[in-house]
Every structure is written in C-alpha cells, then in structure tokens.
Write a protein that binds this ligand. Sequence first.
Ligand code: GLN
Length: 391
Amino acid sequence: MQKLSERTSHFTDSVIRRMTRISMKYGAVNLSQGFPDFDPPRELLERLSEVALTGPHQYSITCGAQNFREALAEKQSRLMGRPIDANSEIVVTCGSTEAMMAAMMTVANPGDKVIVFSPFYENYGADTILSGAEPIYVPLYPPGFHFDAAELEYAFKQGPKALILCNPSNPSGKVFTHDELSVIADLAKKYDSYVITDEVYEHIVYAPHKHIYIASLPDMFERTISCSSLSKTYSITGWRLGYIIAPAEIAQVAKKVHDFLTVGAAAPLQEAAVAGLRFPEAYYDALLREYTEKRGLFLKGLDDLGIRHTTPEGAYYVMLDISEYGYESDLDFCERLAERVGVGAVPGSSFFRENVNHLIRFHFAKRNETLLEALNRLNGMKEKMSKKHSV
Ligand code: GLN
C-alpha cells in the first residue's frame, strides 16, 4: 500500500479531545476539554425547537444565512467600533476551528511562515501544517505571559505572511493590553503581515482587563482576519457556529475556501442562534458575572488546597504547576490524575513549543457543583499523585 499523506504524519490527534476520552474512561470530572456542562440560554433552546418544525432544513447561502450575518454584523459593528458589512465582510463557518483553517488557507502558500505565540491553542500547529505553512514560535513568558518585543521583531524579520493572535488567550488566560496590541500592529504593518485572530473568549474578560479587537486599531482592519464563534458566548460548543470578519477582498477568498471545505454551517442552528446575536448588553454582563464567580470559586478552592496556579485575565483556563510531583511526562501525570483522583486535565506540553512538562491545564466552565466536586477530589491529589503511591 502507498503511504498516506505526508502532511498528516506531522501531527498527532488532539490531546485535548484525547483527554476527554480518558476522563470518560475513568469517570473523571472532565476539566480538560473546555466546554460547559450547563445549558445554553433558554431562548435559544426554545427557538431551536420552533425551528425544528418550521425550518430551514436545507443549505443556507454558503457564506451564512442572511439574517444571521445581519444580526452578527450589528453586534460586532457595535463591539469593534466600525460598520461591518453583512454581505461582503462576513463568512459564517463551522466553528472558529474552520474559520481559522479557512483563514490560514486564504493567506498562506505552502512554505510561508506564520508567527505563533507559545503557549498556543493546539489547533494552530495542525492549521499551519495542513495549510503547508511553517510556524515561527515566539515565547510568552510566564507569569504575565508577556512577549519580548525584540524577539517578536526578529520573527517578523523572517518575512511571515501572518501572525496568529489568540486573545483572550487559551491556555494562558492572557488578555493582550492596548500597548501590546499596538506593538504587534506596528510590526504587522512594518513587515506587511496579516493578523489572524482567535477571539472566541471575547466576552469572558475579567475586570479590570478589557478586550480590545486588534482589527479596531488604526489601519489594522485591512490586514486582520478576525475569527470567533458563538460556542463560548452562548454555551453552544456543539452547534459549531463560527465566523470570519475581514475586509471584502479577503472575505471573498475565505468564502471560496469555506465553500469547498464545508459548504456551510448548519442552517437550522444559524436560524436559532440569531436570537442570541440579538441579546441585549445585559446578557453579556450576566455571562461575565457568572464566569467571574466560577473563577473566584475555583481559584480559591485551589488556593485552599495549596495548589499553585496561574490567574487568568480572560477565558476559562487555569494552569497548575506539577513540578513537585517529579513526573517526567505530564501526559502520564494527567492520565494518572484522571484514574486516581478522578479529575481530567490537559497536559501543558500540548500547548508549548518549548520543552515544558511541568504544567497542566484545567478549565472552569462548569456548574458550581461540578467545580466543587472536582475540588473535593483534588483534595486527595497530593497523596494520590505522589510517586510513592502504589500503582
Ligand atoms: N477550546 C476548547 C479547549 O481548548 C475546546 C477545544 C475543542 O475541542 N474544540 O479545550
């Protein structure tokens, strides 16, 4: 038999999704793959059940249903501080996962370089490989996960086609400041690079931090491909509704890529989600209040157990330092954690370019009872995870 494709041999399956399978195997509280265990807003569910009977059930226009794009344009115009054109500047995709892949394929030729900050959300590695691009990794230094401007400029000097910006950042919880975004924007302009964003946590930013769309900085809209989704904002990760916002010339190309990748996002789900896109400000305030409470509850619980962790400025992830346990492999640690302690985590190494295996990632997008149960189980972590513990 002939060999399968070269490009797929360069990456493994998703470690995040693998940890969900491992969590299920051991009946662990799954704090690995980031998705809520609570229901989406009632209005969306009611709308979904109506749509089941009224339709649409056939394809929407490939770049997204007209009313969905209009509602999205209205919401994002407000947030991004400029009018977004529903017809020419939006492509609705199957989650931001497809949005990012379509964005990469829109800008990159095989062999082109793309800047990726490390740590990074694991999909970006696969996105670059599948689109034939080569990543240039630039470290974000803990605890604040700041980049070194000189290192970033050095990366830009290698002529990258684009920089990938996850803001708020998964897994670090970093929210890029106006100054940091300005440095990135100035370099992108100086070296004529695109910026591809992943802003799926745009509504989950803890005070006093604020989300700033890099596309809203001076002269940045024309070189930014903003990707995001409804998954986290409306707790509908399974609906797979994402989108690209970009200038018409770029969106037009992204529409072609998207058309041949997936034809379109699920029409009935787009129809039902329009209700969410039209929610008033109060909805987003309440969402943030809930996540702020969860963050407080979970981080305090970890503090009470004497577990060292990062403090996220945005998104819903926290990283724990497991150096004291002396495991050589963080993947091994996470498997044992699911088995012995009953809590699922993601090994930090899957997010870092550098050789890092002393960190693991938890998420706290769970009901408070679930978080308390996880904390309760983590109470036994020190003893159960020590190497002396019999296997
Ligand atoms: N973004 C979520 C995470 O980092 C879910 C990833 C996924 O499986 N699509 O866990």
